[in-house]
Design a protein around this ligand. Sequence first.
Ligand SMILES: Cc1cc2nc3c(=O)[nH]c(=O)nc-3n(C[C@H](O)[C@H](O)[C@H](O)COP(=O)(O)OP(=O)(O)OC[C@H]3O[C@@H](n4cnc5c(N)ncnc54)[C@H](O)[C@@H]3O)c2cc1C
Length: 287
Amino acid sequence: MEFNIINPKTKSELLGAIRRENNFRFGAGFTDLLMELRKQPEENLTIINLSQIKDAQFTGIKKSAKAYHIGALFSAHNIVMNEALRIHFPVLHEAAWNLASTQIRQVATIGGNLCTASPSGDISCALMALKAECEILGTSGKIRTVPITDFFTGLRKTILKSNEVLYAVIIPVNDRKTKRVFSGFIKIGTRRSMECSVVSLAYHIQIDADGMVIDAGAGIGSSAPSIRFPKKACTYLTGKNFDRISVKEKNEFAEHILSYSSPISDIRASAWYRKEVLFNISKSIFE
Ligand SMILES: Cc1cc2nc3c(=O)[nH]c(=O)nc-3n(C[C@H](O)[C@H](O)[C@H](O)COP(=O)(O)OP(=O)(O)OC[C@H]3O[C@@H](n4cnc5c(N)ncnc54)[C@H](O)[C@@H]3O)c2cc1C
């Protein structure tokens, strides 16, 4: 496997490289890209290596009054180690913690997880439950922002144009009336580690002092060509007393989740199995 590598050190060098090159791919942690290129080598390919760029907005995390801004180069390891993310967004902490192995988490980035657009992307699934927004950098240096619900356009496809870079994700802070969050990531695989999910469910539910659900978000992984946001299920839960959800309501919530799944049968699981598991884990979050 041979290719040219360009190592921009600043945002302007990156933009210059994008304008100059014709046949290129971005690489961040390279955990997905190298596997892909090994399977499908490309002739005369240039790799624009993002990992050496020094730009705090691209690599770091910053909190404002309304949101957490996390650079696309922030690694899964950095997510796991960040205390604020662990406390306020357990779903993201758990998803990053469940990704691959210690070694891969050191280099695998948020941006790579989103841009590879795998239906089993763990961090992407959590960001869906958190209703994140994606900041996209164009060649002119301008940034456009799209909701994560619009980011994935199909199997391994995103809204990004070939000359656009995912720059950061924005996670809205929890509602100020939120007294507790019920937030987590369930990953079902064929073994415990180094495994992409057979089915996954991310959820982030905000509950006020009276036990009422004031906001609900969820993401479904490995159940459709791309990660899905089950809007009907989230709306169904909002306004209900979380501590008094009946068996009937749990079933109806799980039915709503299921209506967003269209899994395939493959070597790892049948479509029937994936649906059964998704229904059951959707009910189990209340227990
Ligand atoms: C052994 C193994 C186990 C794995 N287990 C898991 C797992 O359990 N869960 C899971 O979710 N994933 C898993 N993965 C997949 C992978 O590690 C993650 O998807 C990771 O987050 C990818 O990040 P990266 O920085 O390595 O991406 P890269 O490989 O560098 O890039 C991936 C793709 O995104 C593009 N890209 C990267 N950054 C940007 C950007 N900022 N803007 C535009 N395009 C960009 C690249 O061009 C490429 O197409 C596993 C991979 C391996 C090899």
